[in-house]
Ligand binder design. Sequence first.
Ligand code: DX5
Ligand code: ZN
Length: 223
Amino acid sequence: MTPLIAPSLLAADFTRLHEEIDLVNRSDADWLHLDVMDGRFVPNISFGMSIIKAVNGICTKPLDVHLMIVEPEKYIESFRDAGADVITVHIEACPHLHRTLQQIHDTGAKAGVAVNPHTPVQHLEDVLEDIDLVCLMSVNPGFGGQKFIYRTLEKIRQLKQMITERNLSTKIEIDGGVGLQNAAAILSAGADVLVAGSSVFRAEDPLQAISRLKQCGQESLLV
Ligand code: DX5
Ligand code: ZN
């Protein structure tokens, strides 16, 4: 299984944004992951739709927008207009998750649900059919460069089983602390998409880091 690789722009050098996006365009990456933080749902503030709109103008890869914000339903259409192809909301921020997923689908975007480390994957039981992507947080959201929480591997296996039993094509994305040291284990547990911030943009050779993550799909068969 060849995984999808989604470099996270949060770890890029913002003074050289154009070059960093050009690099992603030239790479084996499949998506570009964009972390939106509001200082309320998470204790950090990143960027919003105007930056995403500018990125959309120069990025040739689909934009995977991860909303770490409260009341995301207020901004779904704006993020879609800015160029989001996948819009992911947090289960912990959505009291009416089913309605929010419908709202995302109505815009024509793919709908993702992100799950914090403390939230059991079983909480997705009644909406799994309505989700294109589950983003399992393998760190507490808010910052790049944190350590991978290994309990996530068990959550991947449980979620994969739920998806397989129902014959769904929901993708499992892993976000936080992903790198060459753990990618094969994550993929053999059942993940489909790897988000990678620091391990790509802080690598000596980011193009090679992306290619090597992509090749981990082959290695994972041996784990
Ligand atoms: C964390 C973000 C991640 C972050 C990953 O809140 O959702 O996407 O950019 O960064 P690394 O790969 O450095 O852990
Ligand atoms: Zn993210």
